[in-house]
Design a protein around this ligand. Structure first.
Ligand code: HEC
Ligand code: HEC
Ligand code: HEC
Ligand code: HEC
Ligand code: HEC
Length: 157
């Protein structure tokens, strides 16, 4: 029984394991302690589907000076000088056959935390909220938004 519990707990922890990022970026530090606004890094350019990841130049604005001896900051600086994007591992993703836009959701008054949880408390970014078809529909039901199949999918689906 005891062993069963240990295995179960390990499986649960393993299931919730966040992906390992190329640089140990902390939202808790940047969005929490430093209180940087989400939109200062995630800018949602037209057409607005994506929130996008910040340009390396944005990070280097501070890290040219701050912690420049750190191993992670040196990795960051290398991407920057070689004009390469940091290959961040994606955490949230919907399949391409689903219609999705951040912009319309922001304009509709939804907040980041409704879909991504309390990000400013996360040391390591993890999928703390499910964004399955069921959870999309739950919120649409609550906010009286359409749940017709063709609202989120092509007729072909
Ligand atoms: C200083 C810049 C910065 C700030 C401020 C910031 N982020 Fe991020 N965000 C990043 C970087 C870099 C990543 C990629 C690394 C990671 O996942 O930790 C990321 C990843 C994410 C992801 C995961 C996306 C995916 O699918 O992989 C979400 C969600 C997110 N941020 C939401 C937020 C929210 C909400 C806030 C405000 C509370 C915020 N971020 C503030 C830089 C920032
Ligand atoms: C407004 C300034 C600012 C911006 C912009 C910023 N950071 Fe930071 N960052 C800091 C500060 C301050 C610390 C904490 C330094 C300390 O612990 O003394 C920090 C810490 C870090 C650390 C931990 C370094 C270590 O070894 O302890 C990493 C990694 C990091 N930042 C990556 C990033 C990345 C990637 C971006 C861009 C997405 C970014 N930062 C943008 C100010 C900033
Ligand atoms: C209604 C739910 C919802 C809200 C509100 C929301 N997101 Fe997202 N977010 C998602 C979904 C769904 C994805 C995956 C989208 C995909 O696969 O392209 C995602 C992906 C992301 C990504 C990575 C992919 C990308 O779009 O570049 C970032 C970064 C992100 N969100 C940040 C934010 C921030 C910051 C806010 C608030 C300003 C926010 N999100 C508000 C649902 C939401
Ligand atoms: C937190 C609540 C919430 C969640 C979660 C949510 N939505 Fe929505 N969604 C809304 C609201 C509110 C609107 C209406 C926005 C408006 O038009 O004012 C909307 C509108 C839409 C629209 C029509 C506008 C457009 O972008 O074309 C689509 C499509 C859509 N949602 C798809 C999704 C999908 C797919 C998911 C899950 C990945 C999802 N939504 C999750 C609240 C939510
Ligand atoms: C509010 C948005 C939304 C609505 C409305 C919606 N779906 Fe979905 N649907 C999704 C999302 C998001 C996924 C992807 C789920 C995932 O990857 O976990 C999905 C996935 C699917 C899949 C693929 C399932 C799989 O496992 O591959 C089918 C089939 C599907 N939907 C059919 C429908 C039908 C039929 C309706 C109408 C009754 C409908 N959907 C209404 C958002 C929606």
């Amino acid at each position: 029984m005891k062993y069963f519990a240990v295995i179960l707990i390990s499986l649960l922890l393993w299931g919730a394991d966040p992906p390992r990022q190329p640089i140990a970026f902390s939202h808790k530090m940047h969005a929490g302690s430093l209180n940087l606004k989400c939109e200062s890094c995630h800018i949602n350019p037209a057409p607005g589907e994506m929130m996008t990841f910040p340009a390396e130049a944005k990070c280097m604005g501070c890290h040219q000076v701050i912690k420049k001896d750190s191993e992670d900051i040196q990795k960051l600086a290398k991407f920057f000088t070689e004009k390469k994007r940091v290959p961040w591992v994606r955490v949230y993703q919907v399949p391409t056959f689903v219609f999705w836009s951040h912009r319309t959701h922001m304009e509709g008054g939804n907040t980041c935390s409704e879909c991504h949880g309390d990000v400013s408390s996360l040391e390591v970014m993890a999928k703390v909220k499910e964004l399955s078809m069921g959870s999309c529909m739950d919120c649409h039901r609550q906010k009286k938004v359409s749940n017709d199949c063709t609202f989120c999918h092509d007729k072909a689906n």
